[in-house]
Write a protein that binds this ligand. Structure first.
Ligand code: SF4
Ligand code: SF4
Length: 399
């Protein structure tokens, strides 16, 4: 049996790569590693050839810092794929390489123990528990106290981990709007599994999405509205895999389709839209502009990962910070950075807290709704929960 559980993926990738080197030129991480994507696949297979046990294989990979850099330094931004004539799928390659890294013990536990989003406790659920944030009344498809789960919902809202934890009032405001526009709603209070994939738990991430599909089915909802582009992509794939006829749309598309009028005036000047890496073909960007009521050619747009992708910060905080800085450097003083993915909003907010500059950082829903993120409070509370009375419990459940 192969020591690498994903060897077949690497063989296939090797066969499809001409070693032209265009991907390397497109990526700082690959430049630092001095590798093409095809060479990553080749290096993994070469390491396997010289090993007789998993321990030996792990050692051989760990002794190759270029390979480790290329695999763990990837944001999954797909910039490299855009340069590849063969359209070789970088995400498939690196996600599988991370699975092998995880199997071989090459991803330290402390880099993923707090984001096991398929377990009872992760950093988001713990934060919500510590600060009394809950949505039991909105997750109507799940049985509650003295109530059986609703099976007659028409629509479901999936806010994603960051929004639900760090902006509960904004989440409720969005939920109310979705229900007013789309009929009886329920809340899908789960993560799409992205942090699990980054940590090399691909099958667990898929199982989590399967669980969401099953909850959707039981709720009766015919439509799923996701705030984050990444959740839309994951759920579309999952629902297709299960051949479920549930339409998945972004919140922006849903609001635009229902001619939603913003509850406050949307600023027109100095908007800089940070395009999500999950928005491969620019659809979500157009939908966001439509929801904001602005022409897609009006705002300035910048592409590329905000720095949060691929859990790179757990491998190289420096690389993540450089990426965040380089993205924000597109925005002139006085600009408003408008994000589509709440995790991008979080990442920019954290960076700006430590490296202040005169730009405003908003998730696009903050321009449409009254409630806002309060990042000072969020970061204060995130830090405080580890040192407060819950510290020992957190160390136990997330350690
Ligand atoms: S751009 Fe594509 S074909 Fe060229 S080296 Fe990279 S993966 Fe291989
Ligand atoms: S997906 Fe992005 S970070 Fe990963 S190898 Fe490609 S360009 Fe580099």
């Amino acid at each position: 049996m192969s020591l690498l559980s994903c060897a077949q993926v690497y063989w296939e990738f090797t066969g499809q790569c001409t070693q032209c080197g265009h991907c390397t030129d497109a990526c700082e991480s690959l430049i630092a590693a001095d590798m093409t994507l095809g060479e990553i696949a080749k290096a993994l297979l070469a390491a396997q050839r010289g090993a007789t046990t998993p321990e030996e294989l792990a050692e051989r990979i760990a002794e190759n810092p270029r390979l480790v850099q290329a695999v763990r330094g990837c944001f999954f931004c797909t910039q490299c794929k855009n340069t590849c004539f063969a359209h070789n799928d970088v995400t498939k390659l690196i996600y599988h390489a991370r699975v092998d890294f995880q199997n071989l013990g090459l991803i330290p536990r402390d880099s993923w123990s707090s984001v096991q989003v398929d377990q009872e406790w992760d950093v988001f659920t713990a934060y919500r528990a510590v600060y009394g944030i809950g949505f039991a009344d909105l997750t109507r498809h799940l049985p509650g106290e003295g109530l059986s789960g609703a099976t007659d919902c028409e629509i479901a809202l999936m806010p994603g981990c960051s929004l639900a934890a760090y902006a509960p009032e904004l989440t409720r405001e969005i939920f109310t709007t979705v229900e007013q526009l789309g009929g009886k709603a329920t809340l899908i209070d789960l993560c799409c599994g992205s942090p699990l994939k980054s940590a090399g738990f691909y099958a667990r991430a898929e199982a989590l999405c399967d669980r969401i599909a099953s909850e959707l089915q039981s709720s009766g909802a015919r439509q799923l509205v996701c705030v984050c582009p990444g959740c839309v992509n994951e759920m579309r794939q999952t629902l297709a895999r299960h051949a479920l006829d549930i339409k998945t749309v972004s919140l922006a598309a849903f609001l635009a389709e229902h001619s939603f009028s913003p509850t406050q005036e949307v600023p027109r000047e100095q908007l800089w839209l940070s395009k999500s890496c999950q928005d491969r073909d620019g659809d979500y960007l157009e939908q966001t502009c439509a929801a904001l009521g602005i022409d897609a050619t009006t705002p300035a747009i910048f592409n590329g990962c905000c720095g949060a992708g691929g859990a790179v910060s757990a491998f190289s905080l420096d690389r993540q910070e450089k990426q965040t800085d380089s993205k924000l450097s597109f925005c002139p003083d006085g600009a408003t950075v408008v994000t589509m993915c709440p995790t991008c909003t979080y990442t920019y907010a954290f960076y700006l807290l430590n490296n202040p500059r005169p730009v405003t950082n908003k998730h696009y829903t903050e321009l449409l709704f009254v409630n806002q993120f309060d990042w000072q409070q969020v970061f204060g509370q995130l830090e405080g929960m580890w040192s407060g009375e819950y510290g020992p419990w957190l160390a136990q459940v997330l350690g």
